[in-house]
Design a protein around this ligand. Structure first.
Ligand SMILES: NC(=O)c1ccc[n+]([C@@H]2O[C@H](COP(=O)([O-])OP(=O)(O)OC[C@H]3O[C@@H](n4cnc5c(N)ncnc54)[C@H](OP(=O)(O)O)[C@@H]3O)[C@@H](O)[C@H]2O)c1
Length: 292
């Protein structure tokens, strides 16, 4: 039975988990029936038909049944213990523990924001020493980022790279980008910028300007600006690095990445990935650093 406070995603996870358990138990039942019939058949082969009396050791059928019993017990052990304790449910429990830890940290940061901010109005955020403020984005040839508050492609390897780079760091984003996620991403501090002073969402540290966001992330040596269009545009002049996935397509969109001025940005790395079964477009990882 689904818990009342479950999100649709959690309901779906529980449903899939239950389906999986039913399948595992059905397979174990089938194995048991097969084992009973198989054992009877082995006994008949030996005792009634005299198969293997010359070629095989005496009582070979007892050994055969014992070995099969051993494998059947391993199967049952897996279904009732290993899969139960280390299956999807176990994984979800671990994830919940992580989320709880993350939420604690977020609550602390939100308290800090409420105590210390808003900061006095200054035009530009102060550059922070020993910090590489990085913009990370995926944009098509025509600089498209998204449409109807969603992405316009599915590139699993780009997601993996995004996860690898941003895990453990502050990820700074506009309210609309945050709301485009089904749920907060694990192991990252979500700093969400909005003009709405009453905005509160599970998993988000809410701030009201880019400057506040950067101030909050000042102890992180590698915070990431993760979008969307409005926030990229405002942060481009403060970023030290851009990790851009250039998606080789021209797509229709309503949100765009700002122009990268090659007089100000130096391309230091390129890595190309062709189109394949899992990636509908070819793409290239481009790394830029600020020239001055
Ligand atoms: N391809 C990619 O790499 C990528 C990455 C991220 C997002 N996206 C896509 O980009 C789209 C979303 O981008 P977007 O440009 O529409 O929205 P966004 O930049 O994610 O968020 C815009 C919101 O941020 C807040 N905001 C912006 N500037 C602010 C400021 N100076 N002070 C306070 N609050 C400020 C406002 O929130 P309030 O309205 O609440 O005041 C504003 O409506 C989606 O389609 C998403 O899928 C693509």
């Amino acid at each position: 039975m689904a818990n009342k406070s479950n999100t649709p995603n959690e309901d779906r996870e529980q449903f899939l988990y239950a389906q999986d358990r039913i399948r595992q138990k059905k397979r174990l039942n089938q194995h048991f029936v097969f084992f009973l019939i198989g054992s009877a058949f082995i006994i008949i082969l030996d005792q009634v038909m005299g198969v293997g009396h010359e070629a095989l050791p005496q009582n070979w059928y007892v050994w055969a049944i014992l070995i099969w019993t051993f494998f059947f017990l391993i199967h049952a052990f897996n279904v009732f213990f290993t899969n139960r304790f280390m299956g999807k449910k176990w994984e979800n429990e671990q994830l919940d523990k992580l989320k709880l830890k993350q939420q604690k940290r977020i609550d602390e940061l939100q308290k800090q924001v409420e105590k210390e901010m808003p900061l006095p109005e200054v035009k530009t955020p102060k550059p922070i020493k020993n910090q590489t403020l990085t913009i990370i984005a995926a944009a098509s040839e025509n600089d498209a980022l998204g449409k109807d508050n969603d992405l316009v492609w599915h590139l699993p390897n780009d997601f993996k790279r995004f996860k690898k780079l941003t895990t453990g760091h502050h990820i700074i984003m506009g309210r609309k980008t945050f709301e485009s996620f089904p749920e907060p991403l694990p192991n990252r501090i979500h700093v969400v910028i909005t003009r709405d002073k009453n905005y509160k969402k599970f998993g988000a540290v809410v701030v009201h300007s880019l400057r506040e966001a950067l101030e909050l992330a000042k102890k992180d040596d590698q915070p990431y600006i993760i979008g969307g269009g409005e926030i990229y545009k405002q942060s481009l002049e403060y970023a030290d690095k851009i990790e851009l996935t250039r998606v080789h397509a021209e797509v229709t969109a309503d949100t765009f990445f700002p122009h990268i001025d090659e007089n100000k940005w130096e391309l230091i790395n390129e890595e190309h990935h062709p189109k394949d079964d899992k990636h509908e477009y070819a793409f290239t990882y481009l790394t830029y650093i600020r020239k001055d």
